[in-house]
Ligand binder design. Structure first.
Ligand code: MGD
Ligand code: MGD
Ligand code: MO
Length: 826
């Protein structure tokens, strides 16, 4: 057993392994101060809810409280490892400022009340609006952080019982492009690859994905490959010098394109791969459509043309294309550097194209991971609590709608499907214009996370909008609410959720929620009962009543669909590893990779989506799709580069990107309340390059004003390895502050989204958080104090002498590498 400061060493110790071997296990453990392993009364099974990786763990319960966590060695995802957020984030559960009673607005103030009063107000307002203005006056904005049972229930209530089309998740901000890219190429959502592809790949290419900070345990897996025999090459496409970029410099190649030029770069890479004939023509002929158009399109993008667009040397593009073209087992991953940037879907689709033209899909080491970000974003999509129809059904296929209506025992006409589902950005527009009068927000904090916050605050503050916020804290958003509902969370309720590579984990209740807080599922079912929703036989709808009965109903609704859960049960998920869907009679142990036989979910009668025009976003009609892809192959879709809407100018000369740091999760409601994590990254900063800093006379630690046409913030300058001409601001810092007794009031001016624009990708409708023009000016000298940005991560300083990020004794975690776990060949 070894101890390590896991704030200073986020990835822990190496357990090297070679290509094709099994990833050795390493069990990480952290217990609260003073709690010894023998004090633990129970270990309760769950997985991490602070990212999409699905790190399996057990919660230690001592004295009726959560007292720590331990990784689960038997799980396929993490083999026992935990990252810093996993190790320390659980402490937020026991924060003294958890919501414990419902709140209602009285004379302008939020005051505590009982559940009957709070729910009574909700039911009264929803009921009268439904009667007077119909279902389109009611909207739901949910999350990627609840459990499948809860999303399924929400979908049934919203799309079924109420029949509104206005339901989406913050997954729109997160994985909408992952889903859209999969739908464009495979006509259905569903992650093709598997995490075990990391064990086999000889090239791992990461496109706009800072896996080292955002899925630390998956990066540990990659680091262990890099430390073992026959390490893979790493290709990294990111304008910042992230830990991934630094590894790529050593083990492969790092391309740092100008933000918003991903599509041009992808076209350039495909140009080279096709020109050098690194194409698996057999695969392309048998399993795809669209190759000729793709080849024709990318022929227009030789590296000499792409280089100046992206701000890259054409030789670098050639070199990267050669690595990708000569790979024998290529694993590609994509995340927000593509999804939240200009031409998001079109660029992400080119990554699918890359693997397809190389025939690298459905075999060990050959995978595509169109990543998720939030822990249960996958389930939001599957269950249909976003713009999707439950079970990856096709909203423009009447037979699919009818099938879902049969599961729910409702009239199919009750399920809205005549127009595309309303995406989140449009839901807020409808609130702004007044056609939506009731918005129920569950487990998301739009007052910090949506673009152009000055506008969002105005939308949320309107009198005519009845706002319900269901959260575990009085978030920035909750402060605008008419009714605040206190929710139970992870560790306090039971349900399942599914990670990036389709691994389903059961998360069991370990302790009671604080005060009167209730599981989100119970709140939603209570609402349905009070509204007296009924099915066609007059029985209460939804027909389920608790987590397990909701899971059974959800399973039934997935039968025969790509995300088939019918072979799973709570019992099966207890004790061992998580299991990958589809899991059914044919695949009782789950399914490691999709599309191993070159057959797709793309048949016109079966597919989830007919696709969209990637430039205009217009949905294709069934007839158009049938003509394009009658046999249900993979579709190679080409696109032309179009520059970002907002480009650097004389007044705003920088490209501004926003994103994450390793130690915080989103708006910090949880990580800001975990002392080790908060201390590692206590305050916002802005990154710029050494050359730009010198030019502007900026120094490490100077207080700067950053502004865009929407607004401004103040932040200390970190001179980092970011490319010239680009600024980076982490988006975690709203106006809530740890240590303060409560939120300090709007407008403290440090949230990245004061700066971002109301603009989105035409196909996925995902907002472009990584595409704005900005200026930066010094406000105050540093006086020799460095910015408080982490030194271990993408924000590593260029200047010597900045104090390193450490966690001290409070951040010591134990880890055990079993002797039998030596990376043996399989
Ligand atoms: N520590 C931590 N982990 C998390 C989360 C968290 O908040 N904190 N959140 C989770 C969630 S919900 C998500 S969605 C994921 C997100 O995970 P990531 O996508 O890995 O994180 P980001 O920091 O948003 O963006 C990744 C990278 O995109 C780069 N980038 C910006 N613009 C461009 C561009 O135009 N082109 C290219 N090629 N790259 C660009 C940025 O420099 C950044 O390093 O993380 C998940 N994991
Ligand atoms: N500028 C910029 N903006 C971004 C991004 C970016 O990269 N740049 N990334 C975008 C992305 S990818 C994402 S995913 C979003 C995330 O944005 P948000 O979803 O707004 O961020 P969170 O802080 O995760 O908010 C979750 C809320 O749910 C509450 N909560 C936690 N657990 C539970 C629970 O069990 N039940 C209930 N009812 N509530 C709970 C938390 O207290 C918190 O208030 O931000 C987006 N915004
Ligand atoms: Mo996300």
């Amino acid at each position: 057993m070894q101890e390590q400061d896991r704030i200073a060493e986020p990835w822990g110790r190496r357990t090297p392994y070679g290509s094709g071997s099994e990833w050795p296990s390493r069990v990480d453990l952290h217990l609260a101060d003073g709690v010894r392993p023998e004090d633990v009364e129970r270990w309760v099974q769950t997985a991490s809810l602070l990212h999409s990786n699905g790190d399996a763990m057990d919660i230690a319960v001592a004295d009726g409280r959560i007292a720590g966590v331990r990784g689960r060695a038997e799980d396929r995802v993490n083999r026992g490892r935990l990252g810093p957020k996993d190790l320390f984030g659980w402490q937020a559960n026991a924060s003294p400022d958890r919501l414990t009673r419902p709140l209602v607005r009285e004379g302008g103030e939020l005051v505590e009340t009982d559940w009957d009063t709070a729910m009574g107000r909700i039911v009264e307002r929803a009921g009268s609006l439904l009667q007077e203005r119909g279902p389109s006056s009611v909207g739901f904005y949910t999350t990627g952080q609840l459990f499948a049972e809860e999303y399924y229930t929400l979908a049934a209530i919203g799309h079924g019982a109420i029949g509104t089309n206005h339901m989406d998740g913050n997954t729109r901000l997160c994985t909408a492009t992952a889903a859209a890219a999969l739908k464009e190429t495979f006509a259905s959502d569903g992650q093709p690859g598997s995490y075990t592809d990391v064990d086999h790949a000889d090239v791992i290419a990461l496109f706009g994905h800072n896996v080292a900070e955002t899925q630390t345990v998956l990066w540990s897996r990659m680091l262990d490959r890099l430390a073992g025999p026959n390490p893979p090459r790493i290709v990294c496409v990111d304008p910042r010098s992230t830990p991934v970029a630094r590894a790529a410099q050593e083990h492969g190649i790092h391309l740092a394109p100008l933000p918003g030029t991903n599509l041009a770069l992808m076209n350039g890479l495909l140009h080279e791969i096709i020109a050098r004939d690194h194409v698996d023509h057999d695969y392309v002929r048998t399993h795809t459509v669209g190759y000729d158009e793709l080849a024709e399109r990318v022929a227009e993008y030789p590296p000499e043309r792409v280089g100046p667009i992206c701000g890259l040397d054409p030789a670098q593009i050639r070199e990267a294309a050669r690595m990708l073209g000569e790979a024998e087992r290529l694993l590609s991953t994509v995340l927000q550097g593509f999804y939240q940037s200009n031409q998001a879907t079109a660029a992400a689709v080119q990554v699918n194209n890359l693997n397809l033209v190389r025939g690298m899909i459905g075999r060990p080491g050959c995978g595509i991971l169109q990543m998720n970000g939030q822990p249960s974003a996958q389930n939001t999509r599957e269950c249909g609590a976003d713009g999707d129809l439950t079970g990856f059904r096709n909203w423009s296929n009447d037979a699919h709608v009818a099938e879902l209506a049969r599961h729910w025992n409702l009239d199919p006409f009750q399920i809205p499907h005549m127009t595309p589902p309303t995406h989140a950005m449009k839901i807020f527009r409808h609130c702004e214009e007044g056609s939506i009068r009731f918005l129920w927000v569950t487990a998301t904090n739009p007052a910090v996370s949506l673009p152009e916050l000055a506008r969002i605050r105005e939308v949320l503050a309107q009198d005519r909008l009845f706002l319900v916020v269901q959260d575990i804290f009085l978030s920035e958003t909750a402060q605008f609410a008419d009714v605040v509902l206190p929710a139970a969370t992870w560790g306090e309720k039971t349900g399942v959720f599914t990670n990036v590579d389709r691994t389903v984990h059961l998360s069991e209740k370990a302790v009671d929620p604080p005060g009167e807080a209730r599981p989100d599922l119970d709140i939603l079912l209570d609402f349905a009962r009070r509204m007296d929703f009924r099915d066609q036989d007059g029985n209460p709808f939804p027909q389920w009543h608790d987590a397990e009965s909701a899971f059974e109903a959800w399973k039934a609704a997935t039968e025969g669909r790509p995300c088939d859960y019918t072979g799973l049960s709570y019992e099966l998920l207890r004790g061992g590893s998580g299991i990958q869907w589809p899991c059914n009679a044919e695949n009782p142990g789950g399914t490691e990779r999709l599309y191993t036989d070159g057959r797709f979910f793309a048949h016109p009668e079966y597919c989830e989506s007919y696709g969209r025009d990637m430039v205009t976003g217009a949905p294709l009609s069934p007839t158009e799709y049938r003509a394009l892809n009658p046999e249900g192959r993979a579709v190679l879709k080409a696109a032309q580069y179009v520059p970002p809407h907002e480009r650097p100018s004389a007044e705003h000369p920088f490209a501004l990107i926003t994103g994450r740091t390793l130690y915080h999760f989103h708006t910090r409601t949880k990580t800001g309340r975990a002392p080790q994590l908060q201390a590692a990254a206590p305050e916002v900063w802005v990154e710029c390059s050494a050359a730009d800093a010198t030019r502007l006379g900026l120094q490490e630690g100077d207080l700067a004003a950053v502004s865009t046409p929407r607004g401004g913030i103040r932040a200390r300058v970190r001179i980092s390895g970011i490319r010239d001409g680009v600024l980076f601001v982490p988006f975690h810092y709203g106006y809530w502050d740890a240590g303060a007794s409560g939120p300090a009031g709007a407008g403290a001016g440090r949230a990245a989204n004061e700066l971002t624009a109301t603009d989105w990708d035409p196909a996925s409708k995902q907002p472009l958080f990584k595409s704005a023009a900005a200026r930066i000016e010094r406000v105050e000298d540093s006086e020799d104090v460095a910015a408080s940005a982490p030194t271990t991560t993408g924000s590593a300083p260029q200047r010597a002498g900045v104090p390193p990020t450490t966690g001290g004794p409070d951040a010591a975690a134990r880890s055990v590498v079993p002797a039998t776990s030596a990376g043996e060949p399989r």
